[in-house]
Design a protein around this ligand. Structure first.
Ligand code: ADP
Ligand code: MG
Length: 255
């Protein structure tokens, strides 16, 4: 008996995101219909599926931009769906990058990156700026620190958005189609930054239509269809032997 318990404790420690029977409805529209999965610490998961299948809603539930209708979500063992959870604190731990970068237009690039650490985490300004510059270097934009977002290309804006999310030192990073709004020539620079990030062993969940990237970088593919997790497989298995018909059809259409 105690052996079994030991086993579950060991597993629990390795889990960054634990989702159990997650449901989300908007009025009578059931968007997520009972999703259960785990994302291990350091794992990179690609979330794939047809438009309207619930991918964005799934990610948004993980950092409580949407409140689940039913089910449980644990981040590093903490039940974020509990009524007693401090939502602000959870969001600090779970960074999110959107399709449309949502940078603050009236702030310089560096101020965009340091704003939340200073305001929310009360990091001293000098420390935040130093860390911010390091992050801008990491995404290849140190020389743009004093520039306003309107002077940047889409790819550069998205790289700033990634640096900004990282500035909070999140334990989990969520990306919702980070390259979908970009001109084709800028997709690569953003994917490269994400690839570097994946190597640092931060836990990542990425909604993407970039199948080459998913195949190369993801440890696991989650295929959503109609608000259900239709397939949960390694990239190798998903792309060569998809199990369900919907995944087969989906891949035939886009590959
Ligand atoms: P995906 O990201 O896979 O395209 P979404 O999660 O954005 O899917 O949307 C899934 C379904 O939920 C769609 O039918 C969409 O219209 C609906 N939906 C998403 N957000 C809302 C909302 N805030 N209010 C009502 N319906 C929504
Ligand atoms: Mg979406």
């Amino acid at each position: 008996m105690y052996l079994k318990e030991d086993y579950s404790v060991a597993l629990e420690q390795d889990v960054a995101v634990h989702v159990e029977n997650l449901e989300k409805s908007f009025g009578s529209l059931k968007v997520l219909q009972g999703i259960s999965t785990q994302i291990r610490k350091g794992e990179v998961v690609a979330v794939i599926g047809p438009s309207g299948s619930g991918k964005s809603t799934f990610l948004r539930c993980i950092n409580l931009l949407e409140v689940p209708t039913a089910g449980k979500i644990y981040i590093n063992g903490t039940d974020i769906t509990s009524r007693h959870t401090d939502i602000i604190k959870i969001r600090q731990n779970v960074g999110m990058v959107f399709q449309h970068f949502n940078l603050f237009p009236h702030m310089t690039v560096l101020d965009n990156v340091t704003y939340a650490p200073i305001k929310v985490k009360h990091v001293p300004k000098d420390t935040a700026r130093e860390a911010g510059m390091e992050l801008l270097e990491k995404v290849g934009l140190a020389e743009k620190a004093k520039v306003y977002p309107s002077k940047l290309s889409g790819g550069q804006k998205q790289r700033v958005a990634i640096a900004r999310a990282l500035a909070m030192k999140p334990e989990v990073m969520l990306f919702d189609e980070p390259t979908s709004a970009l001109d084709p020539e800028m997709v690569k620079e953003v994917l490269e930054v994400m690839k570097d990030l994946a190597r640092t062993k931060i836990t990542m969940a990425i909604v993407t239509h970039e199948m080459g990237f998913a195949r190369e970088v993801a440890d696991r593919i989650l295929f959503l269809d109609g608000g259900r997790l239709a397939e949960d497989a390694s990239p190798q298995q998903f792309f060569t032997h998809p199990q369900c018909d919907r995944a087969k059809q989906f891949l035939e259409k886009i590959l």
